[in-house]
Design a binder for this molecule. Structure first.
Ligand SMILES: C[S@@+](CC[C@H](N)C(=O)[O-])C[C@H]1O[C@@H](n2cnc3c(N)ncnc32)[C@H](O)[C@@H]1O
Length: 183
């Protein structure tokens, strides 16, 4: 399976001006300057950089240390302010309950791309195991959101449909920005 670097991930996302505009519109609509925004699968940090440019306080985690390192620098450069980016597991977040206004993220695909050579990103043994972990991650997003907070996923249509079901089950208010052609 191919291993995608933080640089490639960032290049792919930064080329999609249409998607980044939709993300910015949603951040503006759902939050105000100074609000706290989390990306628990932050990858290269592009989504958080969009929120950071809009003067939201951004925090993120990723299982891959190389992603975290890259995202911290990208957010400072493109977002105009420092983000708080740490190595962490989205299925078991270290952040306190009810501490964010908004969650913005793209979940990793099942068995499509490898994000890290250091550790298999999301060590799901089967597709069923993978969706169980996604359910756990959604539960964590729900836990760390303040009352009235909501979540936005930037995903392929196929993944979005599954995530919509999990989000409904967890009573997590969710919007989607679709990425045509994404896996
Ligand atoms: C689709 S990519 C994120 C792309 C990101 N939105 C961007 O713009 O670069 C998914 C990310 O989830 C990370 N990941 C996989 N399993 C994880 C876990 N259990 N906890 C946190 N991050 C994880 C991968 O390392 C990868 O960087």
């Amino acid at each position: 399976m191919e291993c995608i670097s933080p640089q490639e991930l960032a290049r792919t996302m930064l080329r999609r001006g249409d998607i980044l505009q939709a993300v910015a519109a949603e951040v503006r609509d759902k939050t105000k300057p100074g609000d706290k925004v989390l990306d628990p699968f932050c990858g290269s940090g592009v989504l958080l950089a969009v929120a950071s440019r809009l003067k939201r306080q951004v925090r993120g985690c990723d299982i891959g240390p190389e992603m975290v390192d890259f995202a911290s620098k990208l957010i400072a450069r493109h977002g105009g302010q420092e983000g708080d980016i740490q190595v962490g597991d989205a299925t078991s977040l270290s952040m306190p309950t009810s501490s964010f206004n908004f969650v913005i993220t793209s979940i990793p695909g099942w068995n499509t791309v490898k994000y890290s050579n250091a550790r298999e990103a999301l060590e799901a043994k089967s597709q069923q195991d993978y969706w169980l972990q996604m359910r756990q991650a959604i539960g964590e997003m729900r836990r760390v959101l303040k009352p009235g907070g909501s979540c936005m996923f930037v995903q392929s249509q196929e993944t979005a449909a599954r995530m919509a079901t999990l989000a409904r089950e967890a009573d997590l208010p969710t919007n989607f920005v679709m990425v045509p052609g994404a896996r």
